[in-house]
Design a protein around this ligand. Structure first.
Ligand code: ADP
Ligand code: GLC
Length: 477
């Protein structure tokens, strides 16, 4: 089966979040499972530079100007790149300028991604024609609409990584995008008077998937649906919405193999982890001690991630003498608040504002607990990394966090299934209570180690998800 993933990020060349990790791993796992899989991405500078040996597939006039379609391979996966400097040759984020303002021509930049995806199902590449187009998030949503205009030359699958980002644009662009006006209605891609690329992806898909089973249920409810809940609950009732949990690339994320860690370690010999902790404490000015748990955060600082709750719960952690290392960037108020806390408590709190892949590994390889108090979390990957590194996740019970972390309740401890700490309500007091349970388990090192080993034995490899996707493609009607 020939599958084309249309998307906007690819680890390690271009990444703003977990989407890149998924696109960096899933296609390879699908190929290993027997499918013929290729990627399509906009020709962002980091991608053209990272995949230099491309051939020209074709040059084509489009609604967004004349563009060159290139093809190369990256990590043994075929990749089409839309080479269009007038649209994509901009440094930094793929989505916005350095002042965080979305580019004014995003409707064209990502509309073109959908348009070319459709053309790859129609034979623009003489040698390879997609049978399934698999779009990821709003960036690729218009692929569904273009395929629909042509009577679906390929089946269309749309995966929701995050409903919070919708790709809303003025209806005035519809003619320019070469889409028919009858698509501009509630039974179509219209969303409160605007064109929604996200809705196009959802509405025109043969199948919608979400990146975890719990998130697939949550998004059918108003609290999580961002206005799409009606459409999504209808699709669920029609059997067209499914949750498929993301996986982890254990070649990149496992403490035995991780060359970015000062010391590698494994479940039977955790001494390397203790050394990593001491090194991180020393490098960041935290007091150097093995005796208190070191909590960590590696995250975008956005409302989704609930890090305002952690800020509020920090006194609980500080009173107990514990430590926190935070790596993240985003919301300016949160950045300032965490930096101010670090200044006030330099031996207990260390903060690095920014995006640093190497440091993320060092932190997760050093800390004892990784905190993810998200308001919603479609899947979440850092808790999966935490599990593999014996860095016990402390998470809110939502989305993929609920599907992957087993709370240290008395029953679960007795059953030896516990792998972390889970709290329910989105309140700082609940998070504080969960922290207290961390302290209680920490006071019993034998039990702590047992939970660590259980966490490290969990397997969220991509081959499981890859097979589920392939099975789903084969059942598309
Ligand atoms: P999301 O995609 O919502 O940001 P995920 O947990 O799915 O959340 O994925 C986040 C990815 O980005 C992980 O690979 C995580 O390690 C990485 N990451 C997040 N923030 C940073 C940061 N400041 N520095 C380095 N890596 C980060
Ligand atoms: C999104 C979600 C995150 C998920 C990632 C990859 O960015 O916020 O929960 O893990 O996509 O699917």
């Amino acid at each position: 089966m020939r599958v084309l993933h249309a998307c906007s990020e690819l680890f390690p060349l271009l990444k703003t979040g977990g989407l890149a990790d998924v696109i960096g791993s899933l296609p390879g796992a699908q190929i290993a499972a027997g499918a013929d899989v290729r990627l399509l991405l906009p020709g962002f500078p980091a991608l053209l530079a990272g995949i230099p040996d491309t051939v020209i597939v074709t040059e084509v006039n489009t609604f967004a100007g004349r563009v060159t379609l290139r093809y190369g391979t990256y990590n043994n996966v075929g990749v089409y790149l839309i080479d269009a400097p007038h649209l994509y040759d901009r440094s930094g984020s793929p989505y916005h300028d350095s002042s965080q303002l979305d580019y004014g021509d995003n409707y064209k930049r990502f509309g073109l991604l959908g348009w070319i995806a459709c053309e790859l199902a129609c034979g623009i590449d003489f040698y390879w024609q997609a049978e399934v187009v698999h779009g990821h998030d709003w960036h690729a949503g218009l692929a569904g609409a273009y395929l629909a205009t042509k009577g679906y030359p390929a089946r269309f699958v749309f995966t929701v990584h995050n409903l919070a980002y919708q790709g809303l644009f003025s209806p005035h662009h519809l003619d320019e995008l070469q889409l028919p006006w009858h698509f501009m209605q509630p039974e179509g891609l219209e969303f409160y008077g605007q064109i929604s690329y996200l809705k196009a992806g959802l509405y025109y898909a043969h199948k919608i998937t979400a990146v975890s089973p719990t998130y697939a249920q949550e998004i059918t409810r108003p609290e999580f649906g961002f206005g799409m809940e009606h459409l999504l609950s209808q699709r669920r009732d029609w059997g067209k919405l499914e949750g498929i949990l993301n996986g982890v690339d254990y070649n990149t994320w496992s403490p035995q193999k991780d060359a970015l860690l000062p010391q590698s370690y494994h479940a039977k010999k955790l001494s390397g982890k203790a050394e990593n902790k001491a090194q991180l404490q020393s490098a960041t000015g935290l007091s150097i001690t093995p005796d208190v748990p070191l909590f960590c955060v590696v995250s975008r600082l956005s409302d989704q991630k609930g890090l305002d709750l952690l800020l509020e719960a920090l006194p609980t952690l500080l009173d107990e003498g514990c430590q926190l290392m935070l790596l993240g960037s985003g919301d300016a108020d949160l950045q300032h608040a965490y930096l101010a806390m670090a200044e006030r408590h330099p031996q207990q709190i260390a903060v690095k504002i920014g995006y640093d892949e190497n440091l993320a590994h060092r932190i997760i390889g050093a800390a004892d607990v990784i905190v993810i108090p998200s308001r919603f979390e479609p899947c979440g990957l850092t808790q999966l990394y935490g599990l593999k590194y014996g860095t016990l996740p402390l998470v809110r019970h939502t989305g993929g966090l609920a599907d992957t972390v087993v709370d240290c309740s008395l029953e679960n401890l007795a059953d030896k299934t516990a792998t972390g700490f889970v709290f329910r309500d989105c309140q700082a007091s609940e998070l504080s209570n969960a922290m207290r349970r961390v302290f209680a388990l920490w006071a019993e090192p034998v039990k702590w180690k047992r939970v660590q080993r259980q966490a490290m034995s969990m397997d969220f490899s991509w081959d499981i998800a890859a097979k589920k996707y392939l099975q789903m493609y084969s059942q598309l009607e």
